[in-house]
Every structure is written in structure tokens, then in C-alpha cells.
Design a protein around this ligand. Structure first.
Ligand SMILES: *[C@@H]1O[C@H](CO)[C@@H](O)[C@H](O)[C@H]1NC(C)=O
Ligand SMILES: *[C@@H]1O[C@H](CO)[C@@H](O)[C@H](O)[C@H]1NC(C)=O
Ligand SMILES: *[C@@H]1O[C@H](CO)[C@@H](O)[C@H](O)[C@H]1NC(C)=O
Ligand SMILES: *[C@@H]1O[C@H](CO)[C@@H](O)[C@H](O)[C@H]1NC(C)=O
Ligand SMILES: *[C@@H]1O[C@H](CO)[C@@H](O)[C@H](O)[C@H]1NC(C)=O
Ligand SMILES: [Ca+2]
Length: 289
């Protein structure tokens, strides 16, 4: 009996932030996708109501059509496409590893997700009436069969609210030294470049290593809606330009690194290192592959 408990505990430990792994298996195919999965409840993603989803093998979910893209080089991706990308990279499940999806409208896993979300978003009194879990289980990186990555994207909703939880097990860091993955959860509006993929497995925004939770229901898609007052020092007019070095009045802690300076680029991003005149993230990606 203590033996049973012990193996149960080690299983729980092994799962870490992951929910139970399983469901329908997507057919093995490099750069493949599931067929359109009809959702048992519609999912409200930033005000758009979706009734189907595709699990794309290269680490992302899309709603309108399957998508083969194996690197986030289309940044900024075409404005129309909504995408939830827990780990957008060139995975290949054609020889090993499985990609599963499952949805529930009741039962213990749905109950667990409900409890977790209430812990992270305590004032909403949320009760999921539907959850969807996509799991990439021990999927190798393309042409590197010895590597394995495990992670999940979890969607949960009821009539009023929807959430996305991303769970990271071990990620095959074939280039952890200088990674270029994007943490893309807000469609085409907001991208964060993760400088180091161990941030995904070790970090959290809800105080559980490897788990990230976001509310995604009726957030604004209107880019002018939520802005704070516009103004300040104007950066010079220059194509592909950048501000000069801006000394920060206080140091800024970004995923464990402390920065005291920043550059504002003309191509929608900020970075902390020396001048880096990149036309867009595309060159950044190429540079690190
Ligand atoms: C639980 O959900 C399944 C489908 O997800 C459904 O077939 C079943 O009837 C549900 N059970 C109850 C008690 O609602
Ligand atoms: C949805 O919101 C309405 C209005 O705030 C509230 O009355 C209702 O109980 C909520 N429903 C759910 C399922 O949370
Ligand atoms: C979000 O919008 C949907 C559709 O308009 C609505 O049913 C729901 O109550 C809204 N949720 C909140 C929290 O306002
Ligand atoms: C990535 O982050 C981990 C944990 O913070 C750290 O141990 C490791 O040295 C970092 N790797 C690089 C290349 O910065
Ligand atoms: C974070 O989680 C740890 C361990 O579960 C706990 O001891 C700590 O109090 C939590 N911190 C916060 C701010 O909730
Ligand atoms: Ca691939």
C-alpha cells in the first residue's frame, strides 16, 4: 500500500504541472495537423467564437485551418490568424512521440482545471463547462530523434469566461544556449521572445513551475483601446532604426536577468542588448538556427 502511494506520488511528481496525458492520437506526420476537431462547446478567444480547432504538430493550435509552420518566422504573422503556440518549433512525431487531444464537459479532470483556475483567478467564481487538452508527449525535434519535448495547451471555458493554461514538462533544448522560441498566446498582437527556454519549464505566472495561465475571453482586439497616454521622447526618423541607448531609472528584472538599459526598435520590439538592427524577428530566428 505504501508502495502504491509511493508510485502514485512519483507519478504525480513526474507529471509536474501536466494534466493526465491521453486522448485521441493525431496521425504521425512531420509538420502535420489533426483534422478539424469539432468543439463540444464554442470557445471565446478575445471576442471571437470558435467551434473547431486544429492541433498542429509543430507546437501550436489554430482555429480556422491547419497550419504547418515550423518556425515563428512569419512574425508578425498575418494579422487575421489566431494562434495559441505553447512551443512553436520544428517538432516531428513521424517516428516517435505522440500528439493527443481530448475534451471534457464533465468529470474529474474538468473539476481539477476548474479548481486550478479559481486558484489563479479567485474573484470570478469560474466553473468550466468545457475543457480541451492538447498534449505533445515526448515528441522529438526534427531530425534529432534522441530529443523529446512534452507540453500541453489547455483551453477552458464557460459562457462568460475562457482561459488558456500552458503546461511544460521537459523541453528538448537543442539550442537552449540561444533560443528563439516565441511565447505566442495573444494571437498576432502580443509576442514575447523567450530568451531561454528553461524559462518555460521552470518559470510560471501563477507560482507553479512550468505552468502559465491566461484569461483570454473578451480582451480587446482593438489596438487603440487600451493605450496609456501617448508621448515622451521621440525616436529619430529612420527606416529599420532604433533609439539610442536608454538608461533605465530603475533596473528591470526580465526572467531573472537584471537590465539597466533598453533600446526601442522601429520594428515593434524592445531589446536590452547592444544595437541590433534587425528588420523583424525573422532575421532573429534565422540567426539562432
Ligand atoms: C459527460 O461528458 C460526456 C461527453 O464529454 C457525455 O457523453 C456524458 O453524457 C457526460 N455525462 C454527464 C453526467 O453529463
Ligand atoms: C455570467 O455572467 C452573468 C452576469 O455577470 C452572471 O449572472 C452569470 O451567473 C454568469 N454565468 C456563469 C456561468 O458564470
Ligand atoms: C464575453 O462575451 C460573451 C459574448 O458576447 C458574453 O456572453 C460573455 O458574458 C462575456 N463575458 C464577460 C466576462 O463579460
Ligand atoms: C537558462 O536559464 C537557466 C535557469 O535560470 C540557467 O541555469 C541557464 O544557465 C540559462 N541558460 C542560458 C544559456 O542562459
Ligand atoms: C508559491 O508556492 C510556494 C510553494 O507551493 C508557497 O510556499 C508560496 O507561499 C507561494 N507564494 C505565493 C506568493 O503564493
Ligand atoms: Ca516538423
Amino acid at each position: 500500500c505504501s508502495c502504491f502511494l509511493q508510485s502514485l506520488l512519483s507519478l504525480l511528481y513526474f507529471l509536474g504541472p501536466l494534466y493526465p496525458i491521453g486522448g485521441t492520437t493525431s496521425a504521425p506526420e512531420d509538420d502535420g495537423s489533426t483534422t478539424g476537431i469539432s468543439l463540444l462547446r464554442t470557445f471565446n478567444y478575445f471576442g471571437k467564437s470558435y467551434s473547431q480547432i486544429y492541433v498542429n504538430h509543430n507546437g501550436h493550435l489554430t482555429f480556422d485551418a491547419p497550419w504547418r509552420s515550423y518556425s515563428p518566422e512569419q512574425f508578425p504573422i498575418d494579422q487575421g490568424r489566431d494562434i495559441i503556440a505553447p512551443y512553436w518549433t520544428d517538432l516531428d512525431n513521424s517516428k516517435s512521440g505522440n500528439i493527443y487531444y481530448v475534451q471534457y464537459t464533465n468529470g474529474s479532470i474538468l473539476q481539477q482545471v476548474t479548481e486550478d483556475i479559481n486558484l489563479y483567478f479567485p474573484e470570478l467564481n469560474f466553473h468550466a463547462n468545457w475543457i480541451f487538452i492538447a498534449t505533445w508527449h515526448k515528441v522529438p525535434y526534427f531530425s534529432m530523434t534522441e530529443t523529446q519535448s512534452t507540453f500541453q495547451a489547455v483551453l477552458a471555458s464557460n459562457k462568460n469566461y475562457s482561459f488558456v493554461i500552458l503546461n511544460y514538462g521537459s523541453l528538448a533544448g537543442y539550442d537552449t544556449a540561444y533560443s528563439c522560441y516565441h511565447f505566442t498566446i495573444f494571437g498576432s498582437h502580443s509576442h514575447k521572445t523567450i530568451p531561454n527556454i528553461t524559462v518555460l519549464s521552470l518559470g510560471s505566472n501563477i507560482n507553479l513551475s512550468g505552468r502559465w495561465a491566461f484569461r483570454v475571453d473578451n480582451g480587446s482586439r482593438d489596438c487603440n483601446g487600451p493605450l496609456y497616454p501617448i508621448g515622451g521622447t521621440t525616436s529619430s526618423r529612420e527606416d529599420d532604426g532604433s533609439s539610442t541607448r536608454i538608461s533605465l531609472l530603475k533596473t528591470f528584472n526580465y526572467f531573472g536577468k537584471s537590465y539597466s538599459q533598453i533600446y526601442v526598435r522601429s520594428h515593434y520590439f524592445l531589446d536590452f542588448k547592444s544595437l541590433f538592427l534587425s528588420k523583424d524577428i525573422q532575421t532573429f530566428n534565422k540567426k539562432c538556427q
